[in-house]
Design a binder for this molecule. Structure first.
Ligand SMILES: Nc1ncnc2c1ncn2[C@@H]1O[C@H](COP(=O)(O)OP(=O)(O)OP(=O)(O)O)[C@@H](O)[C@H]1O
Ligand SMILES: Nc1nc2c(c(=O)[nH]1)N[C@H]1C(S)=C(S)[C@@H](COP(=O)(O)O)O[C@H]1N2
Length: 197
């Protein structure tokens, strides 16, 4: 049985030079451990904000390592060295605009500067790439969404749509813990397809 493989990429000049400790990959690992109910493996990369290096990492994770999903963190803003969305676009076959739109929508509930993120979702081959902002707290915020004081989801995070998206791309089935994030699948998705007469 194929196990879901997830690439985790932190792009940070200072963390990659050891000026501060990388918190991006640990935050991604922690969130996935809380959210996913089905088995998965991760492959991690910590790199500088250099477009050729980011492109090479994305290509390697998808084409050589076989990652079904790649989550990046960092480098999505307007500063000259923020180039993660540009690297993602350069290696992508198709853009999935809804992911960027929804992440900015969710993030506006946390920070007014949410609209400064150029984060995108894109497909390379049969793999999904999602850019998350660099602030480690934004990983939970964008993936999980906005909840009220009693834990009820008010604005869904983008991960609610990831399992069905991955399924449409031919990846293994992903189940989530609904108290963290409830994966949504259209009812028609669970109806077995009738063979054509
Ligand atoms: N991998 C990381 N680990 C810990 N904190 C991070 C990381 N990446 C980003 N941050 C924090 O989030 C902020 C915004 O992230 P952004 O990607 O814009 O980084 P930056 O300001 O260009 O700096 P750098 O690339 O040196 O991390 C950073 O200034 C830093 O405080
Ligand atoms: N959920 C969430 N989204 C967020 C933020 C945040 O703290 N939480 N920070 C914003 C800020 S301040 C910036 S500049 C942009 C780009 O951030 P990046 O360059 O760290 O990727 O993301 C925005 N999106």
């Amino acid at each position: 049985m194929t196990v879901l493989k997830i690439g985790l990429v932190a792009t940070s000049d200072r963390a990659s030079q050891g000026i501060y400790r990388d918190q991006g990959i640990p935050a991604l690992e922690d969130w996935l451990a809380r959210a996913l109910a089905t088995p998965y493996q991760t492959v991690t990369r910590l790199i500088a904000d250099e477009q050729p290096q980011i492109e090479a990492a994305l290509i390697e994770l998808i084409d050589a390592q076989g990652c079904h999903l790649v989550l990046t963190t960092g480098g999505t803003g307007p500063a000259p060295r923020d180039v993660t969305p540009d690297a993602t676009l350069a290696v992508a076959d198709r853009v999935m605009p809804g992911f960027g739109e929804q992440m900015r929508q969710v993030s506006l509930h946390f920070v007014p500067t949410a609209l400064l993120s150029r984060q995108i979702g894109a497909i390379r081959g049969a793999s999904l790439i999602l850019n998350l902002p660099g602030q480690p707290k934004s990983i939970k915020e964008t993936l999980e969404g906005v909840k009220d004081a009693s834990g009820v989801t008010v604005v869904p995070g983008v991960f609610a749509a990831v399992p069905y998206c991955l399924e449409l791309l031919g990846a293994p089935r992903v189940d989530t813990h609904p108290q963290v994030v409830a994966a949504f699948r259209p009812k028609s998705a669970s109806v077995p397809k009738e063979p054509l007469a």
